[in-house]
Design a protein around this ligand. Structure first.
Ligand SMILES: [Zn+2]
Length: 93
């Protein structure tokens, strides 16, 4: 654990949902980037970094994310988010 991990991974994934829904502001973008800079599980387990980079560049650059990318990310995030929530329930939090 590190003081830099001021967000947990499920909060980050919730932010990813916002971006998929079309909300993209600098604060959200910075928050995601900062978390991924310091959270190896997000990168290694979820493989989010490369996908998020391209997504952020597209959405924040004013382009619409392709439907195929959106669908793929939506499915992956839904699966991951469910896993995170399930682990929390199992650990009694
Ligand atoms: Zn994380």
């Amino acid at each position: 654990m590190s003081d830099d991990m001021d967000l947990d991974c499920s909060a980050v994934l919730a932010d990813v949902w916002l971006i998929l829904d079309g909300e993209c502001d600098q604060a959200t973008r910075d928050r995601l980037q900062h978390h991924m800079d310091h959270c190896s599980p997000c990168i290694e387990q979820y493989g989010l970094e490369e996908k998020l980079k391209s997504l952020l560049n597209r959405k924040c650059g004013g382009d619409k994310a392709p439907d195929t990318l959106r669908q793929r990310l939506t499915m992956e995030i839904r699966t991951t988010y469910t896993q995170v929530e399930t682990r929390r329930v199992e650990s009694g939090e």
